[in-house]
Design a protein around this ligand. Structure first.
Ligand SMILES: [Zn+2]
Length: 449
């Protein structure tokens, strides 16, 4: 408090206690670098940019440098929001500071440069900084992640208990293939990590085969085998010698080629091993189809060993502090497939009335209080919606006979499968998210021009 008063008197700006930790091993060199950056007039603007992003709970910052200025955007709850732009007189030195903190070359504004910059502010964070020249200037993307993953278990992700048991059973099964899938931008890397963490790794040994360029941090009790895809290597470069050691579980985030699929199928079906893979696809059914179509010569074997598929979507969670209840029309509930009498209220985000309506009876303007928790966004954080598809013979033959999402989806429904959209409607019925968000997340992708 004392320092705040003092600075108010002297007119200084109080900077949040943010500490950058430039990635250099020598402490003295690190201190020297920090000292040099702090002496630049725009250092406070650099600190404020990152602190503002953290305050808004943004997970990405984008800066677009063009002749007329610097556009600033934060990604909050999965959506990009425009922030006040910076002029070049501020933006250019801010970028020089950021690049110096990342131990990159500030003079190079064309090549792609990237590095990780640790920092602390109410906890430890890591910025993954990337800059690259564009036709109009330069673009900077900073991904911000907590240093220690916050989401560690399937419960942390918001998966309900029954499904957690199904997913664990799939991961811990024998002679089969477990498939973790999801569309881009919906938490697939987190789901992948958490799923592998949830598997029982004490009785069986796990081996993961990854391209060294995109390898995830090592997981406890999973032996990592790195190949170099750029040099033409694939999992097959390493797999044969490992197989001599009789591994139990083969984890392949990407099969890469048919040869790997063939080897894994043989090992799983004939040698009693287990495999886990990851597929980028918008639904569990489409993940199965994608595997069968991509490796069509091995489709039969792949389907034979597939035992389950997970998929998920992230939806914005309604802000608890300001969400508004409304009574849904019976027709709406019917359309959503919610049984009558089950739900008495649905919720929507609070939307402040337009300015012309923000007046009292006498026509005087009234202040509308903006929710402090969500800053008037109406949403606070995101929530995972999951599906789990049990792969049985009916689904196997549906994929092999007619690998089309509508056909396989219909067969899955007959088998009692609840798809992502149906799972998401339950989340709406529980008041955790809104119909508008449901429509946004499940809107068909815009047609490509
Ligand atoms: Zn709110």
């Amino acid at each position: 408090m004392a320092s705040k008063k003092k600075s108010a008197a002297t007119g200084e700006i109080v900077l949040p206690p943010l500490e950058f930790k430039p990635p250099v091993s020598d402490k003295q060199q690190q201190q020297g670098l920090l000292l040099a950056c702090r002496q630049v007039e725009q250092y406070p603007a650099t600190v404020m940019l990152v602190a503002q992003a953290l305050k808004n709970r943004a997970d990405q910052i984008m800066l677009d440098y063009a002749q007329q200025g610097v556009a600033v955007r934060f990604r909050v709850n999965g959506l990009w929001e425009a922030m006040p732009p910076m002029d070049r007189a501020t933006g250019d030195p801010v970028l020089v500071i950021l690049k110096r903190l990342c131990v990159l070359n500030p003079a190079d504004r064309r090549s792609r440069q990237s590095n990780k910059l640790p920092l602390s502010l109410n906890g430890d964070w890591i910025i993954e900084f990337t800059s690259i020249g564009t036709p109009t200037g330069e673009r900077v993307l900073m991904r911000i992640e907590p240093k220690k993953p916050i989401l560690k278990t399937l419960s942390d992700l918001g998966m309900r208990d029954k499904m957690q048991e199904q997913v664990k059973a799939m991961l811990n099964a024998d002679k089969s293939l477990a498939i973790i899938s999801g569309p881009p931008g919906h938490g697939l890397p987190t789901m992948w990590r958490v799923a592998l963490e949830s598997a029982d790794k004490f009785v069986r040994d796990f081996h993961i085969f990854e391209d060294k360029a995109g390898a995830e941090p090592e997981l406890i009790n999973v032996t990592q085998h790195l190949f170099d895809a750029q040099a033409g290597e694939t999992p097959m470069t390493l797999l044969p010698s490992l197989l001599l050691k009789q591994p139990d579980v083969l984890v392949l985030p990407d099969f890469m080629n048919e040869e790997t699929v063939k080897t894994v199928c043989e090992e799983v079906l004939e040698e009693n091993r287990h495999a886990i893979t990851k597929v980028v696809a918008p639904s569990a059914v489409e993940a199965l189809i994608r595997l069968a179509v991509t490796y069509k010569n091995q489709a039969k074997q792949l389907m034979k060993m597939a035992n389950g598929v997970t998929n998920q979507r992230l939806m914005r969670r309604l802000c608890d502090k300001c969400k508004q209840a409304f009574q849904p029309q019976p027709q709406l509930l019917q359309k959503l497939g919610i049984p009558a009498g089950r739900v008495t209220a649905l919720y929507q985000p609070f939307v402040p009335p337009p300015p012309e309506q923000r007046v009292d009876a006498k026509g005087n303007p009234v202040e509308i209080e903006i929710c402090k928790q969500c800053d008037g966004r109406g949403y606070y954080g995101r929530i995972g919606v999951f599906e789990f598809l049990t792969v049985n013979d009916a689904i196997r033959s549906a994929v092999l006979s007619q690998p089309a999402p509508a056909h396989v989806g219909a067969v899955a429904k007959q088998q009692g499968h609840r798809n992502l959209q149906e799972e998401a409607i339950l989340t709406v019925a529980m008041g955790l998210t809104s119909l508008q968000e449901l429509q946004r997340v499940f809107a068909p992708p815009a047609p490509k021009k």
